[in-house]
Write a protein that binds this ligand. Structure first.
Ligand code: NAI
Length: 308
């Protein structure tokens, strides 16, 4: 197994670090355009092998795609992150060019790779990568819902003063502050609806906090977050590499599912060795359906800004 992570910035390096610690591949290539950075970070990570005890070797590459040859899974994190006050959508101009170029280069050397897109605005970047590459839709997956769901579970756990491990919950829809849909109705604490423990006002606050979860961190840190994004990306990579068939909300190409066509948006999918294997059809309430429709409109209008 060989995995490439493009972009050795905060999210890319954290993702690569998580992957090597779990020994998900024999080799992990970390590629970046910044001279020396990916080599330096890879060496730094490899120097933890003797301390932490793992055998996966990280390899750095300054824009040399030959080193990524034969990758089974590729994670794209290259691109600008947002600064305080910015929306993910404002990144489209620069990141579209980066994601397009990176996808082309990756497929030259790894035509069969499963591609995970992390760069923002993620739903639109996933759609762009799919349209430009023409690879089978099941091999293109956008990471957003896994992170938003982790934030949702954390806010629920904090409100209830319980462990996030005992919370089940999902965020679907677009990966934007106003487009994501935390499914509070379906969230449970060990199978018991969370509405048994929290008032509707508390649940509304949890949903609102979740939606601006990224912006809250960006304001505190001064740039966008990386620990939870790197861990959320690991969840996708691990389920694919180990063929775990985990159900994870991911941005995938919809062709009529959830009432939407020709768009990439967050829905629960089963992740296994061939990519996203099937879409899980949740029975949404009328309000949730309306929210999904509204979210799709926003994602579609963002896609309209692409020159495809
Ligand atoms: P960063 O600025 O720390 O790292 C980005 C890296 O990409 C830099 O090292 C840069 O040199 C590299 N890069 C730029 N153009 C490149 C190219 N053409 N080829 C190879 N490398 C290139 O940014 P960070 O925090 O790692 O975020 C990366 C992206 O991920 C941003 O677009 C951010 O908005 C997005 N993000 C998405 C999340 C999600 O849930 N989908 C969560 C967190 C961040």
């Amino acid at each position: 197994m060989k995995i490439t992570v493009v972009g050795a910035g905060a999210v890319g390096a954290t993702t690569a670090d998580n992957i090597i610690r779990r020994e998900l591949a024999e080799e992990v290539v970390l590629l970046d355009i910044k001279e020396g950075v990916s080599e330096g970070k890879s060496l730094d990570m490899y120097q933890t092998a003797a301390l932490l005890g793992f055998n996966t070797k990280p390899v750095g590459s300054t824009n040399d795609y030959e080193k990524t040859k034969g990758s089974d899974v590729v994670v794209i994190t290259s691109g600008l992150p947002r600064k305080p006050g910015m929306t993910r959508e404002e990144l489209i101009g620069i990141n579209a060019g980066i994601v397009k170029g990176v996808t082309e280069n990756i497929l030259k050397y790894s035509p069969k790779a499963i591609i995970i897109v992390v760069s923002n605005p993620m739903d639109t970047m996933t759609y762009l990568a799919l349209k430009e590459s023409g690879i089978p839709k099941k091999r293109l997956i956008g990471m957003g819902g896994a992170l938003d769901s982790a934030r949702f579970k954390t806010y629920l756990a904090l409100a209830m003063d319980v462990s996030p491990l005992d919370i089940h919950g999902m965020v679907i829809g677009g990966h934007g502050d106003t487009t994501m849909i935390p499914l509070t109705r379906l969230a449970t604490y060990n199978g018991i609806p969370v509405s048994r423990f929290l008032s509707s006002d508390q649940l509304e606050k949890v949903a609102a906090d979740t939606m601006v979860g990224g912006a809250t961190l960006t304001k505190l840190i001064g740039t966008s977050a990386w620990y939870a994004p790197g861990a959320a990306t690991l969840l996708l990579v691990e389920s694919i590499v180990r063929n775990q068939k985990r159900i994870v909300p991911c941005s995938v190409y919809l062709n009529g599912e959830y009432g939407q066509k020709d768009i990439c948006m967050g829905v629960p999918v089963v992740l296994g060795r061939s990519g996203w294997e099937k879409i899980v059809n949740l029975r949404l309430s009328d309000a949730e359906k309306a929210a999904f429709e509204k979210s799709a409109e926003a994602v579609r209008s963002m896609n309209g800004a692409l020159s495809l």
